[in-house]
Design a protein around this ligand. Structure first.
Ligand code: CTP
Length: 396
């Protein structure tokens, strides 16, 4: 059963939660809304707080303190609170004046008029996000929700609040896909039909790109992509493999590799059954940068893997893998990729070109060739580590 008091306790566990919720309780017409209320009612870890206020939010903004970035046109503000988060990170709270929105053109940003919280809930994407909670001093918190929202939350249903929802803002297709994947919820039949008819092309590439990036950051990103593909066939390019066999092994290989782009590994793995050039064009339109595109393109082409898969000795593996992004090496898979990622990429020489010049090698390409020869022998275990053996190998 959904329990508002337990949900409020969940919200209080957020960093700065007790202070912010105290200020909400003390501000007439102020409510917590959206994802944090949804998650807290589901007894999930609460996320960032979104607040909505009937009327002028200035008093609440002043009381929250910190720094405020206001967007006058939308009556919204993002507050960076004075207190840092547990790991020293900045804590933000979004504060919006209760508003109604109209869309002059589908996919454009909305025109805004200020109104009540009850009406504000009706402009939202899905019913489970159209729930507001207001702490009330010591008593039971108040809940305000659009019709059916609490039943939908209990039953795991994603339902848009009106028939123009996706036409007004097709980024909501991606939002529904992410909620489906993250919460295990499913769109109802009417929402599914509206989603299939919507046209994401009315939204700019970079806005769709931000939505895709959010989907790729979901704990189960593949499930989010599958949900998106099922909702609307304009969200992803045709022909992607959304259950790529290579992916789990590649991610496993990268598990201890530090800063790598798991999102790009996933895209490249999905792209192995599709036209890589078309995928790269599409990602470029969505605002992905050239390094990102290179990783996806290289990772999606089996020709990239051939030299690595043919390599037999450690020195051959190193020659095939050096300079190739780790994400791409991981997708090649197999023992060669594992050896490169776990061991061989860390093997280096104690000597430098300066040592060879000092020993009389003439400046020029020969220095590089001799260093490479010494490194190959180090990698293959033909010489022990240390300057003397390396110098001897380089000068042989
Ligand atoms: N919202 C909306 N339509 C959008 C974006 C946002 O209706 N295109 C509303 C939803 O009510 C949402 C709220 O604005 O709950 C806050 O948006 P956001 O912080 O992006 O979403 P959360 O619900 O907090 O979702 P998440 O759990 O993904 O952060």
């Amino acid at each position: 059963m959904l329990n508002p008091s337990a949900a409020l306790d969940r919200l209080r566990t957020l960093p700065a939660g007790p202070r912010v919720l105290g200020l909400v309780a003390a501000t007439p017409g102020a409510w917590v809304v959206g994802g944090a209320v949804r998650d807290a009612l589901l007894d999930l870890d609460a996320r960032e707080l979104d607040l909505v206020v009937e009327g002028d939010p200035t008093g609440l903004l002043d009381a929250l303190g910190g720094t405020v970035v206001a967007h006058e046109r939308f009556g919204t503000a993002t507050v960076t609170l004075p207190e840092p988060g547990p790991a020293g990170e900045p804590l933000t709270v979004d504060v919006a004046r209760a508003r109604r929105e109209t869309y002059a053109v589908p996919g454009a940003l909305p025109d805004v008029e200020f109104t009540t919280v009850a009406e504000d809930l009706h402009r939202r994407d899905v019913s489970v996000n159209a729930i507001a909670l207001r702490p009330a001093g010591e008593g039971e918190p108040e809940l305000l929700a659009v019709d059916g929202a609490l039943d939908d939350l209990g039953a795991g249903v994603l339902r848009v609040l009106h028939d123009r929802s996706f036409a007004d803002d097709p980024t909501r297709l991606w939002r529904v896909a992410r909620y489906a994947a993250r919460l295990g919820f499913a769109a109802d039949a009417h929402t599914t039909a509206l989603a299939a008819r919507a046209d994401p092309r009315s939204v700019s590439g970079p806005r769709l790109g931000s939505e895709l990036r959010l989907a790729l950051r979901e704990p189960d990103a593949l499930a989010a992509l599958r949900a998106a593909a099922a909702l609307n066939d304009g969200l992803l390019p045709a022909g992607l493999d959304l259950d790529p066999a290579r992916l789990p092994a590649a991610l496993e290989l990268l598990s201890g590799a530090g800063e790598v782009r798991r999102d790009l590994v996933l895209l490249a793995a999905c792209a192995r059954t599709t036209d890589a050039a078309a995928l790269v064009d599409w990602l470029g339109h969505l605002g992905f940068g050239s390094r990102e595109l290179d990783i996806v393109a290289a990772g999606s082409r089996s020709s990239t893997y051939m030299p690595l898969q043919r390599a037999q000795t450690p020195a051959e593996i190193a020659r095939a893998a050096r300079g190739v992004p780790l994400e791409v090496v991981a997708l090649a898979g197999g023992e060669q990729a594992r050896r490169w990622i776990d061991e061989l990429r860390h093997v280096g020489l104690a000597i430098t070109g300066e040592d060879l010049l000092g020993a009389g090698v003439p400046e020029g390409p020969e220095v590089g060739r001799r260093l490479q020869a010494a490194l190959d022998q180090r990698l293959d275990g033909a010489i022990p580590p240390g300057r003397d053996a390396e110098l001897q190998a380089a000068l042989a």
